[in-house]
Design a protein around this ligand. Sequence first.
Ligand SMILES: [Mg+2]
Length: 386
Amino acid sequence: MKITAIRSHVLQYDLAEELGYSQQYYLKRTTHLVEVTTDEGVTGWGESFGGGDVAFANKAIVERVIQPMVLGMDPLAREVIWHKVYNLLRDHGQKGMPMQALSGVDIALWDIAGKLHGVPLYRLLGGAFRDRIPVYGYGMMLQRVPDLAERFAVESAAIKEAGYGAMKMKIGLGPRKDLELVEAVRNAIGGETGQMVDANHAYTAREAIPLGRELERLGVAWFEEPVAPEDRQGYRDLCSTLDMPIAGGEGEFTRWGFRDLIRERCVDVLQPEVCGLGGITEYLKVRALAEAHFLPIVNHVWGSAVAVAANMHLLAALPDLPGGAHPVQPMLEFDTTPNRFREELLTEPLRIGEQVRESGGTVALPGGPGLGVEPDPDFLRHFSVD
Ligand SMILES: [Mg+2]
C-alpha cells in the first residue's frame, strides 16, 4: 500500500458578525483539511490548526514540502513518516507551521489505519475508557461593541440552557473590564455551572497574579493562557502563587516542547492541540509525558468537525488519572459560536449540540472506522478557496 497524493483543502466563508480574542478580531471563518489518498482506494482525512491566512502557508507546506517527502511510502508507517518529515524540517521550524502541517497529514494516516482495520480510531488507540464524554461549551468571544457584558450574560445563559455543565469565556481586555465580564457571566449562570476564562496570553505575570486572585474570588475554574507560552517563569509564578488551576499548552509543539512545560510544572491543566502539536502520533508521546507527571489533560479543540471527531476519539481513549472507582472524566471542548465547517461539512453530522441538549451535557463516542467522518464533496467544492 502506497500514498499516492496529499491534498490540502482550505475552506473559507464570511462571518455574519466579527469575532475576536485578546490578540485580534476576524471576519472570516477558515479551516484547513488534509486529504491523503492511497493506491488501494482508502482515503484519510486530517486537519491542520492555523486559521486565517496561516492556512494558506500551511497548505503550501503540506503540498509542496511534505508531500514530496512521503509519496510512495506505506501509510501505515506513521512513525517512520513522522520522523522522516520532522528530521527534514528540524532546521526550518521545530514549532509552529511545519508542525501544524505535519499534524494534518498524521491525523489522516490514522484515519486510513482505522478504515483499513475496520475499527474506530479509539479502538486503535487501545480502547474506550468511557461510553460518553462530558462537553464544555466554549463561547463568549470578544466583540467591539459597547454592550459586551450584556451580550456575554445572554450568551452564557443560553449555553447553560443548552445543557452544558461548564463553559469558557474570553478575557484579555484589561483586568478591570475582564472582571466586569466575568461577574456578568457568573451572575447570569449562577454558582453551580463551571466557568473558565481564557486570556490568550494577554498579560504579564505581574498583571495576571492580582487578576487571578479576583478570578478565584468569583469561583473561576481555570485561568487559561494568562501569559505568553514562552514565559515559563511567569507560568511557574502563577502556579505557585494562586490556588486556582492554570491551564495552557495549546501553543506548544512536540514531545520536546511539552517536556519542559510539563517537567517545570508550568500548568495545572495541560491543553494539547492535536491538529498543531504534531498529530496523533506525537500527541500520544505528550500524553505519556503528562501521565508520568500526573498532569490532567483537557484537549484544546478548535476547528471543523474533523478536528472535533479526532478529539472525541482521543478523549475516549484517555486513561483515568490517577484512576479509581469514581474518576474525574476528561471534557470535550466544544465551540458554540456559529461555524458551518462544524455543522454542515460532514455527510453525517456529529450532532454534538443536539446530544448535549438531549443528554444534559455529554456526547456519545463516534461510530464508523477511522475518525468516522466523511466530508461532503459538494460542500468542499463550494467553500474551497484554494
Ligand atoms: Mg485557549
